[in-house]
Design a protein around this ligand. Sequence first.
Ligand code: G
Ligand code: G
Ligand code: G
Ligand code: MN
Ligand code: NA
Length: 249
Amino acid sequence: RALEVDLETALPRQEFDLDFQPIMNIASGEITGAEALMRWHSPVRGTVAPDQFIPVAEDIGLIVPLGEWALRKACAAAAGWPPGLRIAVNVSAVQLRSDGFARSVISALAFSGVPAGQLELEITETVLMDESKAVLKALRQLRDLGIRIALDDFGTGYSSLGYLRRFPVDKIKIDRSFIRDIGNRDTAAIVRTIIGLGTELGIVVTAEGVETELQLDMLRDNGCTEAQGYLIGVPSKAADIQRLLKSRA
Ligand code: G
Ligand code: G
Ligand code: G
Ligand code: MN
Ligand code: NA
C-alpha cells in the first residue's frame, strides 16, 4: 500500500507525536530551549522519519493541517516549561505559502499562552529563493509580533547570501553535515566563516549535530552561540524534556 494512503488517515487517528531536542548556549552552558521534531508512529509501518513523510504530506495537502497541529502541540508543551525558554518549530515551504499561515501561528500562541518572543520558526533556505511577496509578507508579519525566524540546514542549499539582506532572519543553523566533518581543514574554514557572518550580521548561530566534546570545543573557540546534538541531548518525549528543563532552570 502506498505511503499516502496510510498518511491520509494518520492525523485523525492520532498517530503523530512530537519529540523535543534541547539547545544549549555554548558560552554559559545553559539550555535555552528545544526544537520540536515530528514523528509518525504508524501501526503498520512503525516509526516513520519526517524526511520520508513530510514531502508526501506536502504533495497530498496534508502539511497545512499537520503543520498547524505541530504548532499547537509544540506551544502547548512549551507552556509547561520554565519561563523564557524557546520553542522551535519546523515550517515547510508549502505551509508558509498557504493562506492564513500567520493567523494560525497567532492562534496557536494565543491558545497556549506562550509569548511570541519564545516561538522560533525554522525554515530552510530554499524557502527564501521563492521571491513571492506573500512569503516575505508572512515572515515580516510574524517577526513584527516578536516571533523569531531561523534558517535551518544552512549551507546545504544554494546559499546565495542575498536573501540574508532581503529576508528577516534572527538565526542561522549550520547543517549537521558541516559539524560532522569539522575535523577537515576546509570544512572548519567554512564553519568559521558562517559563524563570522552571523556575528557580523548580529544574528545567533546554532551548530546542529554536535556529537563530541572536540566539536563543541572548536565551536566555542570560534564564538558559535548555540549547540544542538546528541552531546547536548537526544530528541526526547515531552515529559522528559520538561523534566530536563525544570531541573536546569
Ligand atoms: O547531561 P550531561 O551533563 O551528561 O551532558 C553531557 C554533555 O553535554 C556535557 O559533557 C556537556 O558538554 C554538554 N552539556 C549539556 N548541558 C550542559 C550544561 O548545562 N553545561 C555544560 N557546561 N555542558 C553541558
Ligand atoms: O528528527 P529528524 O532528524 O528525523 O528530522 C529530520 C528533518 O525533518 C528535520 O531536520 C526537519 O527539517 C524535518 N522536520 C521535523 N519535524 C518537522 C515538522 O514538524 N515540520 C516540518 N515541516 N519538518 C519537520
Ligand atoms: O530540523 P532538522 O532537520 O535539522 O532536525 C534535526 C535532525 O537531526 C533530527 O532528525 C534529529 O533526530 C537529528 N539529529 C539531532 N542531533 C543529531 C546529532 O547529534 N547527530 C545526528 N547524526 N543527527 C542528529
Ligand atoms: Mn530544524
Ligand atoms: Na537542520
